[in-house]
Each structure stands twice: as C-alpha cells, then as structure tokens.
Design a protein. Structure first.
Lengths: 301, 184
C-alpha cells in the first residue's frame, strides 16, 4: 500500500491548506530550534531553569533504577569472583604481603610528615567533611557531552562548582543545581580540564577529557617525557576547586606531549559519591575577577 | 444451522460487539512512548563514553515509518523540546534535529513512496547517524578525532536496535487500536 501521505491531498482546498500549514509549522519549528540552539551555545546557562525542574521530576525514578543497577553489578561481580577464586587467591596473598610492607613505610612517612608540619606550624583541617553523600542517578549516555545526574540538590547544600568524588577518586564537578538533583560535568567531557600532578614526582600537567572515556594528559613543562605506563596522576590543587592528592587517572599510553590516561573513578562503576566543599573559594573567586578590578573590591561587591 | 464461528464477531483489535476504539488511546500512545523513550537513555548506565543510541529519536522515526500519517510533520518541534530537557545537549539541538528528521522523511517519502522494511531500516539508520554526528558537532564539545571515533559504537548499536524498535512500535500500534468496552 502506498503510504497515505504520498497520495494527493484531494481537490478539497481545506485539506490542501492543512497539508501546507503542516509544512510551514514544521519549517518554523526547525527555525525556532536553530535560534534556541544558537542562544544556548552563546550563553550555556540560559535554559537551566526548565532543565533542572525536569530533572527534579524524574529524580525519584532514576534513583530506583540506580539502585537496581548497583545491585546487578554486585551480582555479576560475585559470580565472577567464584569463577576465578583459586588464581585470585594466590595473587592476592602476594599482593597483601607487598601491601603490608608499603603500609609500614607509609606509616613512617605519615609520622615524619606530621612532625615536619608541626615544625612549620601548618594547620591542616583533617575533618574535610563532605557536604553530602548521594547516588549518581544517571547520565546523558546518548549525547556526546558527558554529564551525570546526582540525587542531591540545593536543599542538601550542593552548590555550583563543588567537586564530586567517589571512594576511588575524582568523578567531576557540579555544573548546575536543582532542588533535589544536580548535574555533574564528568572528567571525560571534552570541556573538562583539571590540573594534575604525578603521584610520586613533581611533574605537573593538565588532564583534559576527550569525550571517549579517556583523558589526555598534557605536560606543562615540555622536554623529555618522563611518563611511564601505569603512572598515577592526582589532583594538584591548582585552580582552587579540588583538594590536592585525590586520584584522577592512570597512564595507559604514552604520546608525544604527554599521555593518554584512563580515569580511576569510572562513573559506570561508582554507586555513592561525596560532594565536597570547594577547596579554596577565595582562589576561585579571585580567578573569576576581571583583571581591571582588584580582588578585595570584588569581595566587597 | 451450525453454530456461528465464535471469532466471526472479532477482528485483530478485539470483539466488535459493544466495543470501540478509544480516541485517547489511539492518539496518546505514540506521543507517550516517544516522550518515555527520550527520557530512557538517562537511566540504565552512567557511562564514561556515549554508547546508548538516541532511543527517543529512533522511536519517533519508527512511528513515522511504521505508521505514516499518524504524526504530523511538525511533531519534531514539541517532542524535540521535551528531549532537550534530558539529553544533556544544548537546548534547541533536539528541536532543530528532530524537526529536520521529520521533514527529511517527508521528502524521502514523496520521492520513494513504495518501500520495503530494509529500505525503511536504511532510512532510519541514515537519519540516526546524521543526527548523532550533527548533535556531537552542535554539542559544544571540542571536536577531535577521538570524539568521532567514540560515536561509531553508538551508530552500530542503533543499526542493530532499529528492527527491534520497529517490531515494538508495530505491537504498540495494535495496542493503540484496541477496542475497549463502551459504557452506556
């Protein structure tokens, strides 16, 4: 059968006008879409209002599905564990022995660290309590941008810019906040840049998202590339958003100007995440101040 | 006379005695399923790479191809607007791309009115592939080769998913025209 729309719309004037109006509305719709798109590319925050309301509306359903997802992940892990229990046991024994030695060394270093800090009179607030702990309830898994949704919002104390971390490492940064849900910019988004340094060394670099679940490490000091496969990068604290020393990525492949790295805290494997305070709010505010204005003036405003 | 065939008063949509199609069901089902499908990619996985096919757009295209004449040409505007709330794309990209997709199908249909399922499948995949690439270009992401390489699995998954979605849509289409009991 020929589809109905390919038949002529008859000799009725009214029917012909109806079809024509449909095309006009469709064209105008596409045009409005283009205008909205240009507007939101120009000012990305223009439509945050309706979007956060919509996210708040679906947050309870997403919360439930996140729970199911975490449970099923655990089940698969358990089955996998049974299948390769023997070889894993031997491996783990060896690893525990090494870890015990490292732990003793780390303890010694910690004592020395505390002693030196006391010597310098540095105060460290040990109780960096997270603002809130919540689930990652979903992500924009069909879009080229990498955002995740978090099941906590303004009423839980979440604010724009706060770092989000899992027990393994950094997940991302809060981008917009709704009443009881918020949107997180993941590290792998291609607009995400994070200052990092090598965990055991003084090599500083930027970790940029590539949009395909890998991070590109760009060294700041170009020269001989000191990186090796398996090197771990941690946050350096530059920029003021993230506290220094949180795990970020592990080098998977060396390139000319740095490396390709895998994120340590893959959002697909994380269940609960903690939202932390911005580490140095003053530094962030200072960085956002225009050059013509002094920082103290900006603080007064 | 022999007893009449018990199925003689039934058709594919149920018994015809004292039952009629419900206008609410007939018109709401396509819109509701497309709205539901555009929220769906948010739920199953919080992945580090884009891998879930654009299920909302695929459902829209499937409804349009499986049951032509049901959705108006301008349906891309309101449906795209809704999908933009959840897709993570800049606002307006769904409106633009979904409207263009429906206009493109309309143009293809005037040119090729007689098609088999395989041709419908190819049309749907071509539209989804164009949409995925265009959406990536318009997403405000920094454009580089790895980003486009990451889109390939998504397009291949859409290729495999379309026949399944089309079968589901045809089942929903039968459900849409189900006869329900008339009261009074």
């Amino acid at each position: 059968m020929a589809p109905p729309s390919s038949r002529r719309s008859s000799y009725s004037r009214r029917a012909q006008y109806g079809v024509f109006t449909g095309y006009v509305i469709a064209g105008v719709g596409a045009l409005i879409g283009a205008i909205l798109l240009a507007l939101s590319l120009w000012r990305p925050a223009s439509f945050n209002g309706p979007r956060t309301v919509a996210q708040d509306a679906v947050a309870p359903a997403a919360e439930a599905s996140a729970e199911v997802r975490a449970e099923s992940l655990n089940l698969i892990e358990a089955i996998r564990g049974y299948l390769r229990a023997g070889s894993q046991n031997a491996e783990l024994k060896e690893e525990v022995e090494l870890a015990r030695i490292r732990l003793a060394e780390a303890e010694a270093i910690r004592r020395e660290n505390a002693r030196l800090k006391a010597l310098l009179g540095l105060e460290e607030d040990e109780e960096a309590r997270p603002v809130t702990v919540a689930r990652l309830i979903g992500s924009t898994s069909a879009s080229a941008r990498r955002f995740a949704y978090l099941g906590a919002g303004r009423i839980h104390g979440v604010r724009v810019g706060m770092p989000v971390r899992s027990p393994r490492g950094i997940v991302g940064r809060v981008l917009e906040v709704g009443r009881r849900s918020s949107r997180v910019l993941l590290l792998t988004d291609s607009q995400s840049v994070l200052p990092v340094r090598l965990a055991d060394g003084n090599v500083v670099a930027y970790a940029e998202g590539r949009g395909d679940s890998m991070l590109r490490i760009r060294l700041i000091n170009l020269g001989i590339n000191p990186l090796k496969k398996g090197d771990v990068f941690v946050t350096s604290g530059a920029g003021g958003y993230y506290r220094p020393g949180i795990a970020v990525a592990i080098v998977a492949e060396k390139t000319e100007d740095g490396a390709l790295a895998r994120i340590i805290s893959d959002p697909a494997a994380t269940d609960y995440v903690a939202v932390e305070q911005v580490w140095q709010p003053e530094a962030v505010r200072a960085a956002a101040t225009p050059v013509e204005q002094s920082v103290s003036e900006a603080n007064e405003n | 006379m022999e007893r009449a065939d018990p199925r003689s008063r039934r058709d594919a949509y149920g018994s015809r005695i004292n039952r009629a199609h419900s206008p609410l069901l007939a018109y709401a089902v396509p819109w509701a399923t497309i709205l539901f499908a555009s929220v769906l990619p948010m739920f199953p996985i919080a992945s580090a790479a884009p891998i879930v096919p654009p299920i909302g757009l695929m459902t829209l295209v499937a409804w349009r191809l499986v049951r032509p004449g049901l959705l108006p040409v301008w349906a891309g505007f309101p449906l795209g607007l809704f999908s933009d709330l959840f897709s993570g794309q800049p606002f307006g990209s769904g409106v633009l791309l979904w409207s263009l997709a429906l206009i493109a199908i309309e143009a293809i249909e005037t040119r090729f009115p007689w098609r088999s399922f395989v041709q419908d499948w190819l049309i749907a995949v071509a539209i989804v592939a164009c949409d995925v690439v265009a959406a990536a270009c318009l997403s405000g992401a920094r454009l580089a080769a790895p980003l486009f390489a990451a889109l390939v699995p998504q397009v291949l998954l859409s290729l495999m998913l379309y026949p399944i979605i089309a079968r589901m849509i045809s089942a929903l289409d039968r459900f849409r025209l189900l006869r329900v009991r008339i009261l009074g």
